[in-house]
Design a protein around this ligand. Sequence first.
Ligand code: NAD
Length: 365
Amino acid sequence: MITEVISSKELKKMDPVFGQASFDNHEQIVFCNDKDTGLRAIIGIHNTVLGPALGGTRMWQYASEWDALNDVLRLSRGMTYKSAITGLNLGGGKAVILGDAKTQKTPELMLRFAHFVHSLGGKYITAEDVGMETADMDLVRSITPYVTGISESNGGAGNPSPITAYGVFMGMKAAAKYSFGSDVLEDKVVYVQGIGNVGEALVEHLTNEGAKVYIDDINRERLEWVRDKYHATIYEGPNMYSEAMDIYAPCALGATINDTTIGQLKAKVIAGAANNQLADEKKHGKLLLERGIVYAPDFLINAGGIINVYAELENYGKKEIIRKTENIYNTTLEILAKAEAQHITTHQAAFEIAQARIDARKNEG
Ligand code: NAD
């Protein structure tokens, strides 16, 4: 189990792969390199006990290769537990492409990447993540069937982000019910950090319900666009973590709940879309518990996207996608109650249920 985020400097001192905390018993890691297109990618296959390892591809300009490796390992492991707790017959995997999606993503590079995915024969199935769009998955589909998140016009379930946002909204409502006694978010002060594909759709749900929504992003243009569209307020201060708020919704990148931010947080509930929100699952999960902050586990409430892409494999339609995603509300309430009854963190409560499902399947042989 991952217990801490390790800096790339520290990583270099350790065994490079098997010795990493984030390695956490990965089944397979594939390094993909293609000189002609400049492709450098890593595919992490964490666990395939419940089914093929499904997880998106992220394209990101990492500070180092170590950071990329660490990211893919943390993300692919997260997918194992996300699918397990959601009741899907999928394992956990993820891919990262090293580079700037805005300037370095070319059709040739994506096609080459698709060949690498295909070479795994279905053990890994890809989809979109940060830096990827439905059109990229359509391109990958021209090479391999082992891809989901393709456009509706090509027979897919389309962009998973609105469904992810809906699931986060459901998880947030459940956490609000638990914390405030009501799941009505009207007049609640909610800070949404990162208003990309998922964040924007979440802002829409929240403003529709009458929440007081503050938005934060590194992209000014997008901030102004989302503000004007949904009448949200742009957060202009220096440090949003220390602001008075009811709910903090991390929807950008992971590890924002860390040694620096945890003491500043005034939110009573944390519920967002970002993967791996706790820099250190054990330590920061425990600190949140001690501070009385209700944390809706990320891998539980951001599962709408995987429910959406799983529909492409199982051939179920929109109605079932919505039903499964709405069920995140009930699962979140169950997890929060289990954590309270057993005096454990909400992350641990969710993790234990997911692990038990994997162990049971393994024991079935
Ligand atoms: P996205 O790339 O569309 O949006 C991310 C947004 O965060 C961008 O607007 C970016 O400018 C902003 N951002 C980046 N760094 C920031 C910072 N330091 N402070 C404030 N804003 C910052 O990505 P997305 O698809 O909306 O996904 C958001 C998060 O949710 C990611 O962590 C992703 O892994 C996770 N997630 C997404 C899905 C999905 O269906 N798209 C599913 C599960 C989990």
